[in-house]
Design a protein around this ligand. Structure first.
Ligand SMILES: NC(=O)c1ccc[n+]([C@@H]2O[C@H](COP(=O)([O-])OP(=O)(O)OC[C@H]3O[C@@H](n4cnc5c(N)ncnc54)[C@H](OP(=O)(O)O)[C@@H]3O)[C@@H](O)[C@H]2O)c1
Length: 261
């Protein structure tokens, strides 16, 4: 299936590890030129190398997306190099394991840091790219949320931030001045995804019996998801074929989530 996004310019925030890196590589597989940005320079360079091997143009940048000046600089560098941008993937996020089980013992900083990392970063990137999407009358914005942006989770600051991201995408999708420019805004809500060097892998090493129990009780497929299973859905949303898909929050979770919608 020709997804008709060959030659488009895409930015994947935090596209150097996990889900974001898989999305960056999957977009490059479709012929998109890809920019990624994250903090760890070794990861940035390694991802740049892997993307270039796919024969597309690449802009790999070091940036901390919790800093407004870094977001401004990423977009400036993309526009200086490419003149425009077509696809934005707001992937950076997290905080689902931050803070304490006893909510009132969680420092206020956790609430604001989780909000900043997930919501403000997505708002800043999105509002910065919209003028370019409008100008060319085409664009795709996909935000990576979580099943806990669709239902209650154990960490309220995380559920609130992911729900806010979902509401942000839906609200922009409802704006005729944007949708009539062929710009879509959707969110993709992963369930538990196994990623080397992050939460679930660490927990599996430290507490294998507890993770086995979690799999039995919470994951109907009997396994975790893998990043590429998220990436393939995201790439389809970015395609021409998905023009009518706007304002959706799509769970990609093997039916882990409990929401009916
Ligand atoms: N994994 C799951 O089970 C799961 C489930 C539901 C939702 N999600 C969501 O999926 C998204 C990706 O998560 P992931 O599990 O793939 O995470 P990951 O493997 O830890 O990758 C996160 C990526 O974002 C970058 N990053 C993190 N903080 C950053 C910052 N302040 N500035 C710039 N880049 C930053 C990281 O690079 P540096 O560290 O080098 O900056 C890395 O490239 C998040 O929004 C997360 O909430 C994940």
């Amino acid at each position: 299936m020709d997804l008709k996004i060959k030659g488009k310019y895409a930015l994947v925030t935090g596209g150097t590890h996990g889900i974001g890196k898989s999305i960056a590589l999957a977009l490059a597989d479709e012929g998109c030129n890809v920019s990624v940005c994250s903090r760890n320079i070794e990861r940035v360079k390694q991802t740049e190398k892997e993307l270039k091997e796919k024969g597309v143009d690449v802009l790999a940048l070091q940036a901390d997306v919790t800093e407004k000046k870094d977001i401004d600089s990423v977009i400036e560098k993309i526009i200086a190099k490419w003149g425009t941008i077509h696809i934005l993937i707001n992937n950076v996020g997290g905080g689902g394991r931050w803070g304490e089980e006893i909510v009132e013992e969680t420092d206020e900083e956790v609430w604001s840091e989780v909000y900043n990392k997930n919501v403000l970063s997505a708002v800043r990137f999105t509002t910065k790219v919209i003028p370019y999407l409008r100008q060319q009358k085409w664009g795709r914005v996909v935000t990576i949320t979580s099943i806990f942006g669709r239902e209650a989770g154990a960490r309220p600051w995380f559920s609130m931030a992911k729900t806010a991201q979902t509401a942000f995408m839906k609200s922009l999708a409802k704006k005729p001045y944007l949708s009539q420019c062929n710009i879509t805004f959707n969110s993709v809500a992963p369930g538990a995804i196994m990623i080397p060097d992050t939460g679930w892998e660490k927990e599996l090493k430290e507490n294998p019996a507890q993770v086995e129990d979690f799999i039995k009780q919470e994951l109907p497929l009997g396994r975790f998801g893998v990043p590429d299973e998220i990436a393939r859905v995201v790439v389809f949303i970015c395609s021409q074929a998905a023009a009518l898909l706007n304002g959706a929050s799509i769970p990609v979770d093997g039916a882990q989530g409990r929401s009916m919608f």
